[in-house]
Design a binder for this molecule. Structure first.
Ligand code: KIV
Ligand code: ZN
Length: 521
C-alpha cells in the first residue's frame, strides 16, 4: 500500500489569526464544512483560550464536523489545556495541540525560562493533556532554530509523556529545504522512541520556501503536514495546502506518497476562503490563481490546442476548475484566434482569418487583453466604439442601517424615457436589478472591482465589471467620485456593448461569415 501523508489544515487557526483574515462563527463553520468535503485529515479549529469567540467557534465545529480530527491549540499551561479540552470534548476525534517555544532565543527573550524549566513544563503539560484527551500533539515552537541536542531531548520526553504527534515548526520561515529535512533526519536517528509518534512539519513562508521545506520534510519521514488554504497565515503565511497536495499528486512517482484529499474540491475551497475573508489570491498564485491555467503566448496556445500536456502538468479539472483558458493578447497566434471565433460561432476562411489577425494584432498592441466584444468588433471592420443604446438619465438610492436598499433608475433609449425601482442586497445590487426590470436584459455579474485612482476622501473610484449576457462576456468601466453611480455606468457600458454585439450578429450573414473586403489593417 502506498504511504500516506496526513493533511493538517490550520486555516481556521494560524490562517485566521493573521491580518485581514478574520471570520465570524458562521463563516468558520462554513469553511470547516468545506474542509470536510476536501477531506483534510485534521482541522485545527482555533485557539480556545485566546477569546470567547474562538472558544465558541471551536466548540461548534467540534460538535458539527464528523470524519476528521478536530484539534484545538493550547500553550503548555493548565488554563489553556482545560479550555481547549472544554471546546473539543464533543468532537468525534478530538486532539489537543500543546506547544512551547524551545529555541534559546525564545527562552531568553520571550519565556525567560531555562531549558530545564521548559522541559519540565512540556512534560507536565503533555501528561495533563493526555489525562483529558486521547490524542496529544506536541509542538516545539521555533524548532528550526533550536539546539538539536535539546530538541532531541524534549521530543523524547514528550513522547514518553504521551504525545503521539510531534510537530517541529519553522516558525519564522528561516530554514532552507536541505536544512529543514536534515533536522527531521537527525531526530529520527537520535530519538530512541521516535517510532511511537508521527512526525509533523509546520512551515512559514517568510523566504517563500514553506512548500519546498514541507516537501523536504516529507522526504525525510514526516507524515503529517500542517498547511493553510491559499497559504494564509502569520506574516508571509503558512505553507499552502493546495500547492503541497498538488505537488504530491503530480509528482507521486518521485515522492512515493499520497494524501487523502479530494483535489477536485481545491478550487471551491480556495474561492470560499477568499469570499469569506475578502483576501484574494494573486493572479499568478500556483494552482488557484486566475492565471494558473491561462495561456497567452502564441507558442503555448498553439501547443495547448495540439495537446494540453505540452504546457500543463496537471489538468484544471483535477483541482476543480472547469477548463483552461487561452487569453487573447498580443502574444496570441492565428490558431488561438481562429479557435476563439469558432467558440463564438464564427467559421472564418483562411483569408478572413488572415485579415482578422492583422486587425487583431493592431488592437492587441494597444490593449493588454482582447475580449469577446473586441473580436466581434473586428468582424465589423474594427468598429470598436459602442453605440449607447441605454443612457442613464437619473439615479436615486436609499440605503443605510435597518433600511432595505432601494434604487430608482431612469434610463433613456432614443426618445423614450423609462423609470423603475427595485430593492436589493445592497445599493449596487438594487440598481442592477432595476436596470434588469427596465430593459428585460438579464446579466450575470462575474467580476466586480473598485479601485481608487488616488487617495483622500474625494478619491475617484474606478469601477470594472464583467457581465455575462447570454453566454458572452462584456466588460464595462467607469470612473466617478460616487461609486454607486460609477457602478451603474460601468454596468450600462457592458450592457450597451452586448446590445451592439447582438445588433451586429442579427445583421450579419446567416452563416456568420466575415466579409473579408471590409477588414482593413
Ligand atoms: O508557527 C508555529 O510555531 C506555530 C505553533 C503554535 C505550532 O504556529
Ligand atoms: Zn505557525
Amino acid at each position: 500500500m502506498e504511504d500516506r501523508v496526513q493533511i493538517f489544515d490550520t486555516t481556521l487557526r494560524d490562517g485566521e489569526q493573521s491580518p485581514g483574515c478574520s471570520m465570524n462563527i458562521e463563516e468558520k463553520l462554513r469553511l470547516a464544512r468545506q474542509l470536510q468535503l476536501l477531506r483534510v485529515d485534521v482541522m485545527e479549529a482555533g485557539f480556545p483560550i485566546s477569546s470567547v469567540g474562538d472558544f465558541e467557534a471551536v466548540k461548534l465545529i467540534a460538535e458539527k464536523i464528523r470524519g476528521c480530527t478536530v484539534a484545538a491549540l493550547a500553550r503548555a499551561v493548565k488554563a489553556d489545556i482545560d479550555r481547549a479540552w472544554e471546546a473539543i470534548r464533543d468532537a468525534e476525534k478530538p486532539r489537543i495541540h500543546i506547544f512551547i517555544a524551545t529555541s534559546d532565543l525564545h527562552l531568553k527573550y520571550k519565556l525567560k525560562k531555562t531549558r530545564e524549566q521548559v522541559l519540565k513544563d512540556a512534560v507536565w503539560a503533555v501528561q495533563y493533556g493526555k489525562s483529558l484527551c486521547p490524542e496529544i500533539e506536541f509542538s516545539c515552537e521555533d524548532a528550526s532554530r533550536t539546539d538539536i541536542g535539546f530538541l532531541c531531548q524534549i521530543v523524547e520526553a514528550a513522547i514518553k509523556a504521551g504525545a503521539t504527534i510531534i510537530n517541529l515548526p519553522d516558525t519564522v520561515g528561516y530554514s532552507i529545504p536541505d536544512e529543514y529535512g536534515a533536522m527531521f533526519r537527525t531526530i529520527r536517528e537520535r530519538v530512541p522512541n521516535i517510532d511511537c509518534a508521527v512526525l509533523s512539519s509546520h512551515c512559514h513562508n517568510d523566504l517563500g520556501l514553506a512548500v519546498a521545506n514541507s516537501i523536504a520534510a516529507i522526504q525525510n519521514g514526516v507524515r503529517q503536514v500542517e498547511c493553510t488554504l491559499n497559504g494564509i497565515g502569520e506574516r508571509a503565511g503558512n505553507a499552502s495546502l493546495e500547492e503541497i497536495v498538488m505537488a504530491i499528486k503530480t509528482r507521486r512517482e518521485k515522492l512515493g506518497i499520497d494524501t487523502n484529499i479530494d483535489s477536485e474540491e481545491i478550487y471551491k475551497s480556495s474561492k470560499l476562503l477568499s469570499s469569506l475573508t475578502g483576501m484574494m489570491v494573486q493572479r499568478n498564485k500556483a494552482i488557484v490563481g486566475s492565471n494558473a491555467f491561462a495561456h497567452e503566448a502564441g507558442i503555448h496556445q498553439d501547443g495547448m490546442l495540439k495537446s494540453p500536456i505540452t504546457y500543463e502538468i496537471m489538468t484544471p479539472q483535477s483541482v476543480g476548475i472547469k477548463h483552461s483558458t487561452l487569453v487573447l493578447g498580443k502574444h496570441s497566434g492565428r490558431h488561438a484566434l481562429k479557435q476563439r471565433y469558432v467558440e463564438l460561432g464564427y467559421q472564418l476562411s483562411d483569408e478572413e482569418l488572415e485579415a482578422a489577425y492583422h486587425l487583431f494584432c493592431g488592437i492587441a498592441d494597444q490593449k493588454k487583453e482582447i475580449f469577446d466584444e473586441d473580436l466581434e468588433a473586428i468582424l465589423e471592420a474594427g468598429v470598436s466604439s459602442t453605440e449607447e443604446v441605454y443612457h442613464l438619465a437619473g439615479l436615486q438610492i436609499t440605503s443605510g442601517t435597518n433600511i432595505r436598499p432601494t434604487a430608482t433608475v431612469e434610463l433613456r433609449q432614443g426618445e423614450q424615457t423609462m423609470i423603475d425601482s427595485a430593492t436589493g442586497d445592497g445599493p449596487v445590487d438594487a440598481a442592477y436589478k432595476t436596470i434588469e426590470r427596465i430593459t428585460g436584459e438579464v446579466g450575470k455579474l462575474t467580476e466586480y472591482s473598485i479601485k481608487s485612482v488616488h487617495s483622500g476622501h474625494d478619491a475617484i473610484g474606478e469601477v470594472f465589471v464583467r457581465v455575462d449576457f447570454g453566454g458572452v462576456m462584456f466588460n464595462g468601466r467607469a470612473a466617478s467620485t460616487d461609486i454607486i453611480n460609477g457602478s451603474v455606468q460601468a454596468y450600462l457600458e457592458a450592457l450597451n456593448r452586448a446590445m451592439a454585439a447582438r445588433k451586429r450578429k442579427n445583421g450579419a450573414p446567416a452563416k456568420k461569415v466575415m466579409p473579408t473586403d471590409t477588414v482593413t489593417a
